[in-house]
Design a binder for this molecule. Structure first.
Ligand code: AMP
Ligand code: MG
Length: 493
């Protein structure tokens, strides 16, 4: 009889190469693990066999109760600035890195459980997660992926059969997520704060081999690594802002080296355009408001620079500071250019014209003043390419101001070679019609809390093709009804 091949072909570089950066650990036992969502397409991409994993074997693995062959489950240590204050020790308090898989395209990807029980880094927390936030992260992450935004992915969600107390009794759950890595700005900060420069170097070398292998033998490789992270974060935030995404908890421990969006907690998509939009119940000062995200990302990157200064120029700290500051100073420019080109695409503009920035700012200011839905607007605007402003104008209280802007836009379109040919399709290909709107997500989550996953499945399906209009789903393209009221999201940890 031949032995059964393993379910996962793990190759665990973090466990192997970074001893001292984690604690080997095991998930908690749970009463009755049940798989409630499974991402077949992602599983296939990872070279896994969905059918084998969808039974009880998979449920026990994705709950953290059983460790699959080849896994080396561990809790990673990290630090982080949380709302501006430094916490020298955070770490995976309710997560376990099971191991790494090399996917079909040769990319190394972490497989991590979230909610699998307490670890030495739990700091008094129970190490658990509950169904609402688990599904929320699942839906948000997959929605962002479908919008072509770098993000961790969701592979599976299980309920554990446990009752967990948060703001009342909730069904316990575990999320399995997949990431390019779980290296955070906070991972560097942990070792830098302890003065462990060799460990910081080891970590930077690991980050380079994982995310920027072309820099391995480069001169000034640590400065260049920093440059790459600056570029990736600038690009990420531009992507967020272009679709109206508010992360909500941009702490340095939630800021990745890979440039992926991570740790979906109290995040949300804006409806009415508003740079001051805040949804998180814990963000009292509006530190992580929609429009502050670029500034905050740059602040977080400054914390990364501080953590690796000793690597950049070991014998001359002043020089290291200057070099890193120069790289950091490029952030606004990189971000600004990406945002401008993204906004041009949203407006159907292909060429660069000098006044585009003004045209965009004028529009955003109108939308802000008149609380116009950010997502609905661009789809409606695409309808007006033939010249009639009506479908979009109806979104504005003061139609006159909009019509003036609209005429400028029509004139600007005349600078394009193709003008209106294919304009609508071009715009609709970058402006989503369906986003993970708060009221839709909440409705799906409360149905799921009661054991009915139909709405969650439907939402996941709709959001998997966010640019494609589907008959019968008109209501899903609209903002929340008035009676939904102001929205707040909770960490739900
Ligand atoms: P997050 O809000 O998910 O970014 O987590 C911030 C920190 O709190 C991380 O170190 C988490 O591991 C930890 N944490 C969050 N929730 C829990 C929990 N229920 N039990 C233990 N640690 C937690
Ligand atoms: Mg976090």
């Amino acid at each position: 009889m031949t032995a059964k091949p393993p379910l996962f072909h793990f190759d665990n570089s973090y466990a192997r190469e970074l001893e001292g950066f984690y604690v080997a650990w095991k998930g908690a036992q749970v009463p009755s693990p049940k798989l409630v969502l499974f991402n077949d397409r992602l599983a296939t991409e990872l070279g896994l066999s969905p059918n084998e994993l969808k039974g009880p074997t998979g449920a026990a693995i994705f709950a953290g109760a059983d460790s699959p062959e080849g896994a080396s489950p561990l809790a990673q240590v990290y630090a982080g600035h949380q709302f501006g204050g430094f916490s020298p020790q955070l770490g995976d308090g309710r997560a376990l890195l099971l191991g790494e898989l090399v996917d079909r395209e040769g990319r190394r990807r972490d497989m991590q459980l979230k909610g699998s029980g307490p670890t030495p880094f739990s700091r008094g927390g129970d190490g658990k997660a509950v169904i609402g936030p688990v599904l929320r992260e699942y839906i948000m992450g997959e929605a962002m992926h479908a919008l072509a935004i770098p993000t961790t992915r969701a592979l599976a969600a299980v309920t554990t059969g446990e009752t967990i107390f948060r703001d009342g009794p909730k069904p316990g759950a575990v999320l399995t997520r997949v990431a390019a890595s779980h290296l955070r700005v906070g991972t560097f900060q942990y070792f830098a704060a302890r003065g462990e420069t060799e460990k910081v170097r080891q970590l930077a070398d690991y980050a380079i081999s994982r995310h920027d292998p072309d820099l391995r033998d480069a001169e000034d490789k640590y400065l260049k690594l920093f440059r790459r992270v600056v570029e990736r974060q600038a690009s990420l935030i531009a992507h967020w802002v272009l679709v109206g995404f508010v992360h909500g908890v941009m702490n340095t421990d939630n800021t990745t080296i890979s440039g992926e969006t991570i740790d979906y907690g109290p995040c949300a998509f804006i409806d009415a355009y508003d740079p001051a939009a805040v949804f998180s119940s814990i963000d009292h000062g509006g530190r992580y408001a929609f429009g502050r995200q670029p500034v905050i990302a740059q602040w977080n990157l400054a914390r990364l620079a501080e953590a690796i200064l000793a690597l950049i120029e070991p014998d001359d700290l002043d020089k290291a500071v200057t070099l890193a500051a120069d790289e950091l100073a490029r952030f606004p420019d990189i971000y600004g250019k990406l945002l401008l080109s993204g906004m041009r695409s949203k407006l159907g503009l292909v060429k660069d014209a000098e006044d585009d920035q003004d045209l965009i700012e004028e529009l955003l200011s109108l939308m802000k003043d008149q609380s116009v839905d950010y997502t609905v607007f661009f789809r409606r605007l695409a309808e007006t390419a033939e010249g009639k402003a009506d479908p979009a104008a109806a979104l504005f209280e003061n139609t006159g101001a909009f019509v003036t802007w609209h005429n400028k836009w029509l004139r600007r379109l005349q600078l394009e070679d193709a003008q209106t040919a294919g304009l609508k399709d071009r715009m609709n290909a970058v402006n989503p019609i369906y986003i993970a709107r708060n009221h839709m997500v909440e409705a799906a989550l409360s149905a799921a809390e009661g054991g009915n996953y139909d709405q969650v499945e439907l939402l996941l399906d709709l959001l998997s093709r966010p640019f494609e209009e589907r008959p019968g789903f008109e209501a899903n393209a609209l903002p929340a009804p008035e009676d939904f009221g102001p929205y707040q999201t909770f960490c739900g940890t």
